[in-house]
Design a protein. Structure first.
Length: 734
């Protein structure tokens, strides 16, 4: 591993820990330890691991009780070495144990993964060549030794480790399997145990993975296996090459002398981009990128793919299309990339919907069941042409699914993908759209993605700023998407912000038509007009958000009943032709929230048998008294209004009017909400009278008093169906 140390030598690193060397050991070990630590730290930094500063002090002590095969041993903060060891043997043992110390410091997530620890120490200590000098050991036998070894400290295990590490060249740095593992070292990342197959780069046991995302919210709905382990991707990223391309794509004449052009018949003599994608024709992609080398880096999608975990941008076309397995990405990263592509380039996604009929998934017994699913396959093969990893990425109306299987070609597990899509499809994962922050105004809203923020448009994709940025800029040309996290929106008066799991876009509402009746304050007019900022998430997260805003403490059957009403109203907006709003004019929504079991139960039930908006309110019988200035009331009813009273959900008063010849009083009647809302009264008043320059209102409960009374529902002791029947008179459909 001399090349490894040489490659690391020029990098700047933090100060090594303080080393305290036992008097029985050579004093020179202190200087050697500091130098070796710096070299080792530089190597890990060059592989992408950020090593924290201020490592703990390390004591280096002499130990007489080590096993016959042990040159040293470690525990955090202490290294034990044989006192009789001298020269190169002592230095190798020291570097081996320092590797453990550095991993405990910089990669706590992998602290308990013994195979990872020993492989890293062996690869970086300089002892790898010595173990490789033994007689030839087959790859299969080495893996078998490791799988059965009671300890990794013995000569047989070390020899097997050396054999697996030498299977894939390291090109002067860490072996790829270890370098990929360092990307998982950040705190909080789930750490699947390393396997001998992964260590050799064979990617068998580590290959099986499943990721299911919500297209709307971006939330991970399911994650299994090696979903966060970077691996070779085959052809599965080819759609992103087309999505990132600029300008028209060519029709190319096949070169039948090359095996890469074995892509089926070519009517008309030329192959277009859509057919090449569906057939995954390597020859077309290689020739296209030779003529247009700027396409090799995925165009505008390149930066997003790197942020999502692509190990590097391709250096040539063979890397871009996965013919050479030099680059890696995690299945989770691929799922997020397909979600971005579905929003930014629906035309490319539409081409992939033809795959079950015309592409690499056609002609199967399950192909008809995949109709309408945008799908792409990818296969990573060994030198003998055998499948090492098979990929299927699929996008439907609500879900993104990525399935990886070790040792299997994609067509063999297509039936499994059909079953998985059926398993995770649910009404709760359908889309919900809502107009948000209309009262604030888009120009005052700032947003920050807590994952990878991206603005998508017809021109491609662009990474959003890491810190808060104006929302108007993020959605100016299209949509704002957060991959791997939620959006946090803030505005004046709410510096902490609100959390939104989903997608934003801009759509200006129509002007509010002139209406008869009392004048409406500007805030109420803005609420009725709606917002230019549209937010899309899943039905489940929208319903949970409304329940959190309307009545966070409601539980049990009353919560189930309210959840069904909220879900119904989401598709019966009070803004014709526009999504529901987020104010009390519709139903309050202050961002997405984590659903409870009641919401999950509610959305598993069928839709409510109603065609129109279903009102609900806090209700209750608690008496209240409020006062408003005469000027506030006059702003709502007019300066000449007198005799205000309330009956059966309506406000009655006399207003002075003129017909041009005479002035007289005329009785007026308007819905109580047109008075209650502007004056911010708890519910429709029962009485109103003047006292000096103020108007006193009294009433009971909270809300408009129509439909579902939440306080009454909480106290009723009835199940959700009975609560809804009592509120709305529903009988059929339950």
């Amino acid at each position: 591993m001399i090349a490894v140390w040489a490659a690391a030598a020029g990098l700047l690193v933090a100060a090594p820990p303080t080393f305290r060397v036992d008097a029985r050991l050579p004093a020179s070990l202190e200087q050697e330890a500091a130098r070796a630590w710096s070299q080792l730290e530089a190597l890990t930094v060059s592989s992408g691991l950020s090593v924290p500063a201020s490592p703990r002090p390390v004591a280096i002590r002499a130990a007489d009780g080590l096993g016959p095969a042990q040159a040293g041993a470690s525990r955090p903060g202490m290294i034990l070495l044989r006192p009789e060891a001298r020269g190169e043997a002592a230095q190798v043992a020291l570097r081996h144990e320092l590797a453990h110390q550095l991993l405990w410091h910089a990669c706590p997530a992998g602290a308990e993964d013994r195979l990872f620890q020993e492989a890293f120490a062996l690869a970086t200590s300089g002892e790898l060549t010595a173990w490789e000098e033994e007689p030839y050991l087959s790859l299969g036998r080495a893996r078998s030794w490791l799988e059965r070894a009671p300890t990794l400290d013995g000569p047989r295990a070390r020899r097997a480790l050396a054999r697996l590490l030498s299977e894939v060249p390291s090109a002067g740095g860490l072996p790829p399997s270890l370098a990929r593992r360092l990307t998982l070292c950040e705190a909080g990342t789930r750490w699947p145990a390393m396997t001998p197959g992964e260590l050799a780069g064979v990617a068998d046991e580590m290959g099986d993975a499943l990721v299911v995302l919500s297209r709307h919210s971006g939330r991970v709905l399911a994650e299994e296996g090696a979903s966060r382990v970077a691996m070779a991707f085959g052809s599965v990223l080819k759609p992103l090459l087309l999505a990132g391309a600029h300008g028209p794509l060519p029709r190319l004449v096949p070169d039948r002398s090359r095996v890469e052009w074995t892509c089926g018949p070519t009517p008309g003599g030329k192959l277009d981009a859509e057919t090449a994608l569906l057939r995954s024709c390597n020859g077309w992609f290689l020739d296209w990128m030779q003529a247009e080398p700027e396409a090799i880096g995925f165009g505008t999608f390149g930066a997003a793919l790197r942020a999502l975990g692509l190990s590097a941008l391709p250096r040539d076309a063979s890397e871009a299309i996965g013919l050479r397995s030099a680059l890696t990405i995690t299945p989770l990263g691929v799922a997020h990339a397909y979600r971005l592509m579905a929003e930014a380039r629906p035309d490319v996604t539409a081409v992939l919907r033809r795959n079950p009929a015309e592409g690499t998934l056609s002609g199967l017994e399950v192909s008809p069941e995949l109709a309408g699913i945008a799908a792409k396959t990818g296969t990573v093969r060994d030198v003998g042409g055998r499948p090492v990893l098979g990929w299927i990425a699929a996008v439907d109306r609500d879900l993104v699914l990525v399935r990886v299987r070790a040792g299997k070609a994609p067509r063999t597990f297509a039936p499994e993908v059909v079953r998985l899509l059926e398993r995770f499809r649910a009404p709760a994962e359908g889309e919900a759209k809502v107009q948000v922050l209309g009262l604030v105004g888009i120009e005052r809203v700032e947003a920050r993605c807590e994952g990878i923020g991206v603005s998508v448009s017809a021109a491609g994709v662009a990474l959003a700023p890491v810190d808060f940025a104006p929302m108007a800029a993020l959605v100016r040309a299209g949509k704002a998407i957060c991959a791997g996290g939620d959006w946090r929106l803030r505005f004046p008066g709410l510096p902490a912000g609100r959390r939104y799991a989903g997608i934003f876009e801009r759509s200006d509402p129509p002007p509010l038509p002139a209406t008869l009746g009392p004048p409406v304050p500007e805030r109420a007019r803005r609420a009725r007009r709606g917002s230019e900022l549209i937010f899309r998430t899943s039905r489940m997260l929208y319903v949970a958000g409304v329940l959190q805003a309307e009545d966070s403490g409601i539980r049990g059957p009353a919560r189930v009943a309210l959840a069904r009403v909220v879900d119904h109203n989401a598709s019966h907006s009070r803004h014709p032709g526009r999504p529901v709003c987020d104010t009390t004019h519709c139903q309050a929504f202050l961002g997405t929230a984590e659903p409870r079991s009641e919401e999950r139960s509610a959305l598993r039930l069928g839709p409510l048998p109603a065609r129109d908006w279903l009102p609900f309110s806090q209700g209750g019988e608690e008496p209240w008294t409020e006062s408003r200035s005469a000027a506030e009331v006059e702003a709502v009813l007019g300066a000449e209004a007198v005799g205000l009273r309330f009956t059966q959900g309506h406000a009655h008063y006399r207003a002075r009017v003129s017909d041009g010849e005479a002035i007289y009083d005329e009785e007026q009647e308007v819905p109580c909400e047109l008075v209650r809302n502007p004056l911010k009264l708890p519910s429709c008043p029962e009485r109103a009278w003047k006292e000096g320059g103020r108007v006193i209102f009294t009433g009971r409960g909270r809300g408009h008093g129509e439909g579902l009374n939440l306080e009454k529902a909480k106290r009723s002791g009835k199940d959700a169906r009975e609560i809804l029947r009592g509120a709305y008179g529903f009988v059929e459909g339950f």
